[in-house]
Design a protein around this ligand. Sequence first.
Ligand code: UTP
Length: 241
Amino acid sequence: MNVVVSIGGSVLAPDLGANRVEDHADVIRELADEGCSIGTVVGGGGVAREYISTARNLGANEIELDQLGIDVTRLNARLLIAALGEAVVPAPVKDYEQAGEVLRDGDVCVMGGVAPAQTTDAVSAALAEYTNADLLVYATSVPGVFSADPNEDPDAERFEEITATELVDTIADIEMSAGSSAPVDLLAAKIIERSGMRTIVLDGTEPERIASAVRYGDHEGTDVVPEGVGDEPTYWAEDER
Ligand code: UTP
């Protein structure tokens, strides 16, 4: 099975803790040992936001701020690389072609941001599309896709399953309201829609949840099932726990 796992910076490194990074690395290593081809994309989280707001106050322009954000995503990616040890690239991969080569060689690929004016949500979707992944998993700090921003709207409800087109519409609505934050960004949702990529959005703060989603399709987040995708992927094993 060929999977891309997107790990938000606020999930992997809300603060600098070796144990948390180690726990995520353990899950990735286990899945790789089971024969899974894994591309991981790491976000910048709160640290990236702090650097960006400080540099904005210093007069940096938006592209410069994005470059700073990319640097922080790559720092976080280096933490994961440090914890993964062998069978992983020695430095964060910088583009999709290089990522494809790493995966073809049978290694775990770890990357952060790629180019300005997007986030690692979109990088993850693009990597999944480029490598023709069976599954894309967003390990975020929220428990799935909601009908509205749950921090802003008490009536927001979590979707168990939505189509990619519904994902695009939902995210577009959430992004329209100032200050709201969506679990994945609109560009990522559009890439998922065009590629027909089966996607799961879940709370990834407990890394074992990522493992269950990849192994069995078992999770408490949101399944994004693009139109035309079959009912149940054949790669999911029966959960025999
Ligand atoms: P993130 O992907 O971490 O943004 O990238 P985020 O939405 O805050 O995600 P979480 O909180 O980690 O889940 C951090 C910043 O880096 C720049 C953008 O400015 C983004 O806001 N970035 C990242 C890019 O410009 N291009 C990229 O490919 C990735």
